[in-house]
Design a protein around this ligand. Sequence first.
Ligand code: HEM
Ligand SMILES: [Cu+2]
Length: 642
Amino acid sequence: MSTTLSTPPGIGREDLARLAEHWDEPRSLRAWFTTVDHKKIGRRYLVTAAFFFVLAGLSALVMRTQLARPESGVLSPQEYNQLFTMHGTAMIFLFATPMLFGFGNFLVPLMIGSRDMAFPRLNAFGYWVFLFAGLFMWASLPFGAAPNNGWFAYAPLNQDQHNPGLHMDVYALGLLFLGISTTSGAINFIVTALKLRAPGMSLNRVPLFVWAIVATAFMVVFALPALNTDNALLFLDRRFDTHFFDPGGGGNVLLWQHLFWIFGHPDVYIIVMPGLGIVSAVLPAFTRRGVVGYPLIVLAIVAISIVSFGVWVHHMFATGLPQLSYSFFSAASTIITIPSGIQIFAWLATMMLGRLVLRAPLLFVIGFIVTFVLGGFTGAMFALTAFDQQVTDSYFVVAHFHYVLLGGALFPILAGIYFWLPKITGRMYHEGLGRWAFWLVFTGMHVTFFPMHLYGLFGMPRRVYTYRSDLGWDVGNLISSIGSYVLALGLLLVLIGVVHAIRRGRPAGPDPWEGDSLEWSAASPPEAYNFPVIPCVHSLHPTWDERTVESTTTGATKDRILSEGKRTLFTSELDARPERAAPMPEPSFKPLVLAGVLLVFFTALLLGAYPVAVAAVLAVAATIAAWLWPPRRPDEEIGIAS
Ligand code: HEM
Ligand SMILES: [Cu+2]
């Protein structure tokens, strides 16, 4: 498996053998279902999210085929509604966030010098719930019962009397189900980054990618409850005759919008922030220097994660709220461009001061900067209430958010794929294929979405399944559709590149990019225990720093080898001072079982089989009890410091 064949210096053969014995999981079907290894779980997140991306992308291609010509009949209005809703919902909830969580899962323990996440079984549980919730939602499409009211599912159209059938029940239950995964993942990231950092990695030495993931996780914890409340109330409205969002019964349609966007705007940053973290992680290797302005970037990350909770009403400028509140939210929306701008300038300065190595990951980072800044420009335009009221609900908006989301999430994700593929698979990708993929994706993206600004300004509304040909939108739409095929071709090349690397790529070695963070000091792919010796971190760029490297070779000590039992080191939150070596859990079926029982619960609710749902709740309680039951012989814990 690993590329380091000889014994690494600093650790003896017996210790190495013992580590392998405690950490290696056998290659069996059983091990496949019970694994708690963050690297395997991270890989699964990446593959599953990529699969949902393909489904959502194919939906987009079908829509663009329908819209290529005026008055075409590829799709019925009902089918179009379901496709754009599933496309948007899946891209946001089943692709962007889980994909970035996949990178986080694989990388955070490696970057902070730990042997796993803080809660490995919770981690496995989060993955299974994500998989089941995603399948739960997509499975509705072949039955013609997929959500059909847009990804933000406004009231009153989400109500039973206006929207009968299962469509919006799938939406409400699917997102509630998925939220369990996102929340548990977020908590895991927070605890991992606070408690499992290698000794010496004080807060001012934490890699920017980890900062971004932790800030994202905090935002998830605070934002998601609003969405969950919305969906729980919606389900009650639809099934149990409450009237939270039904004006006829004294409810309030704007309540839905407020709760949705209190979640929804932070969610934009939940999607983009880890992408920005990837950019900060990729740049040092391809500019041969640290990112300029580390403390400023950290402050910007923290500022964004707070301010983004105070701008949500800019999504509601056309709902007739009091003018004064618009002024406040307009100002807040303008202010939030400052910390984003700081990061952009820090990256530009890094590139100007460094020595550029123009490989595929850097190309995608440059593509990110161009695209994301253009999306930011139109975003700043929307912050002005008067402008927003003119173009809201037009294709100008569709252009804007695709620039932000493809710029801020897809491009960094592609940069991350090329950058970490050698680490994840142990194999190098084909550079020529990577460049072709970049140019096709970049060109395709702008050819698809730039014209949308124009026909948006010319009045084409979003979410229409077709248009008349005398409105002047024909040429623009045709160009967009052609662009989307070019984009799809580029993405196909990415996939081919990944498969080619796995099959044919030359072995990468532990550190093909001479990167600066700790994952590059582990083998490619990393051993099950990540690090034979947990390093002692002396700087912000540990792999470039002699003293940190020495701490795992000539300076290795027993308390950082930890070869007795399956253990990793817990350290203090701020300064990462060693506290104790804690035992890590063995593989287990319980995460899978719990996720499976939850799937039964949500399916029963969907189909109205309430007695089954009650039984499933009991099974959930029983599974959790079994999970938490103390083992007969409590694991021995060995304190190594006071
Ligand atoms: C891969 C190329 C993509 C293409 C060709 C594409 C195309 C489209 C199209 C045709 C629509 C429907 C527009 C309408 O009728 O109003 C749409 C909506 C949307 N797309 Fe994409 N898209 C792509 C990628 C993405 C990505 C990567 C994301 C997010 C990460 C995304 C998020 C959305 C959202 C949120 C909507 C709004 C759905 C709604 O109106 O409720 N798209 N896209
Ligand atoms: Cu917003």
